[in-house]
Design a protein around this ligand. Sequence first.
Ligand code: 0A1
Ligand code: ZN
Length: 881
Amino acid sequence: MKPETPKPIQLKNYSAPAYRIDTVDLDVSLHPTRTRVLATLKLRPSPDAAKPGGPLVLDGEMMELGSVALDGTVLEAGSYRVTADTLTLPRVPDRAFTLTTETFCNPDTNASLSGLYRSREIYTTQCEAEGFRRITYYLDRPDVLATFTTRIEADVESAPVLLGNGNLVKHGRAGRGRHFAIWHDPHPKPAYLFALVGGKLAAHRDTFTTMSGRKVDLAIYVEPGKEDRCGWAMDALKRSMKWDEERFGREYDLDVFNIVAVSDFNMGAMENKGLNIFNDRLVLANPQTATDANYADIERVIAHEYFHNWTGNRITCRDWFQLCLKEGLTVYRDQEFSADTRSRTVQRIHDVRQLKARQFPEDAGPLAHPVRPSSYIEINNFYTATVYEKGAELVRMIATLLGRETFRKGMDLYFERHDGEAATVEQFLQCFADVSGHDLKSFMNWYNQAGTPELVCALKYDSRAKTATLEVEQIHGASPGASKKSPVPIPIKIGLIGANGQELPLRLANGRELPDGVLEMTKRSEKWTFRDIPSRPVASLLRGFSAPVNLTMSTTDRQLEFLVTHDTDAFNRWQAAQDYAMRIMIAAVRALRKGQRPARPDGFVGALATLLNDTTLEPAYLAQVLAVPSESDVARVIGRDVDPALIHRARRWLRKAIGVQLGDRLVEIYESTVRIKTFKPDAKSAGERALRIAALSLLAARGNPDDIARAARHFREARNATDEIGALAILANLPGPERTEALDRFYKRWKDDHLVIRTWFGFQAAAPLSTTLRTVKQLTTHPLFSMRNPNSVYGLIGTFASSNPLQFNRPDGKGYDFVAARILELDKFNPQVAARLLGAFRSWRNLEIGRRRMALRSLQNIASTPGLSNDVQEIVSKILD
Ligand code: 0A1
Ligand code: ZN
């Protein structure tokens, strides 16, 4: 029996394992309902164990145990103990020994998608974080590294392709319509990186020659008939391999690199050694089925998983508390890859938008946790924006503080010192401290403290002394379980801009020029005086978003307009425009709440017009400028007594005002942007398409019949998915015949493509219409919808809960009831996805009282349901705490 409230696992209780496993020989005989696994483990007492010897306790669950043998002798049932999640041998030799177990599992009934399961007839595995224990009994923890050899056997007919980690050693017939393949991975690895695949798969092949001249065979395996949609992913893979050699000196280390795309997958993809497994939406692309955003995501995730080969696989994590060591670092690496491949500024804007949309609300609410948490109940709940995205920001700050070259030296040392090990965040930081002489002790506070610091800044000008003084204070609000916090080192990249828009030299009072414009704040409050400043400057702070903080500084509308027009830092020009839009929407919410009309946003629209007329700015950047902050962004900044309906009205009003006031210019942009006949997925072409659609969307917000007709025409005449889906996104939000017609046409065209049809579900779920909830309920019974498929669940229910603030937060509470009911339904078979959906409720306390009460009722309903999974139990209790 599972205890009611599971006990949290604590970082401070870490101790090295009592036993090590040197080699693992697995013999897996695949069968849809009864797969047999024969595991031979070579174990020995660990020399560095805190408590050497003692009973051997192996993890294992959801399996049937056949037999156990020690050094070849089958044990009697009384000489070991089996519980729901362990196999214990009370006495084992105090020298090296061999343990053999025979177990059976059922891939077909495994709907949790963790362990071994089948997705559309393909056998596949997912072992991170703790799925290997559903395949065999094991020391399933990341600091147990072993060399794996895997023999896979299956029916030739249903599973002609058999893949494992490492290199293929042998394959052949096994009799009775069966065949086998033996894979050997020479690199010791933790069990979470284990994978195998069996099924009817077709391959898209290529090769890559590494920097030392070794040829690597590359293959992407997909359902037969889809090989022609793998070109982009393969191209991205080869570019990633090259980039990691050039930028970090990292070479690939096996003879083969395989990727498999499956349809049922809880997350995006998984970095299993030499055998990455992907959610098919992050592999398959052609111009008709994938948008530019999909292409960019595929490129990013292919790179991310590949980069894990060094940051995650060769150097892994000592324990799951160190998850950010591989994830934050690898996200930083994939972001840098995208920045080098695409436009650095636009990439940074994209990454910062994501961080603020996903991580900032997490850090400000009941689910806040440090980048390196100190306790958890269910580790799967910690694959969060905080660990990933904020984790990447912490690495970026180290790079900013140390400079590019020293940062690279630190990375080199990390690879040299810890290759083949399971490391900690402290060890990672030590490498940078050692190469730079920089004391990074207080940097650990970033890893150990939750919450987004607030930076309160003020700039004072002394016209007689011709000096400008920047005063900065860092404020740390309370987070769950943490009220007292220490200051953190903060790199603040700044510029001072003179009256004519010129960049002023950053000369400190002692004459020292500030390198790269980066100040390093270390105390709670600090000030810096700059000399030789001829007249009152305007400060451009936190350039490129040099630290994950909330910046507060009192600025006038004029100063924001000045920055939008004159800042030499393109990122901060965009940021100033966003801040300005935010300020206007918040004022509009206030006005609407009082029943007044918002004031005309002339200053803001004028500033936008200046940007649109600046010919030095690339289309992708302008598209970002035209995208005003989302409703959720506004809700986050307002922070309390949030009324999503007023925010929705305010944002609509602003977009309409832009459409009306800049109409002619937007039409010009729409008409003049080149319509490229043959689709190319590169960033420049994508930027042009994005700008056109952004203009189309603001014109549709203006709402003249011509504008709607233009969007409908754009949809009908689209020759690629970006245009088709971009126009559908606009039409789906506007009630009327154009909407119905577009949705019908799209459905007929794409109903046989499970990836594309997901967007059709999504747009209906995201529509801010009063009929949406009814539609979403109906769609859950649609034959193309399945609760068992995570993409389907996220596409319909996830979109409704997270991308439709107006209808999810209906004042009658029915949006909450619906989502809560689906969470309970899912929790019975896929707790990971259920717990993720539950995250949509995380900001419920910020709502106005009426909605807050409704949300509370739904949450209490979940919490009081008997038999919840640990996953959902942990999240709901934190949300309600
Ligand atoms: N390590 C993968 C993400 C991942 C995590 C957990 C999973 O199952 C619970 C699956 C994938 C990555 O960072 O891409
Ligand atoms: Zn990752």
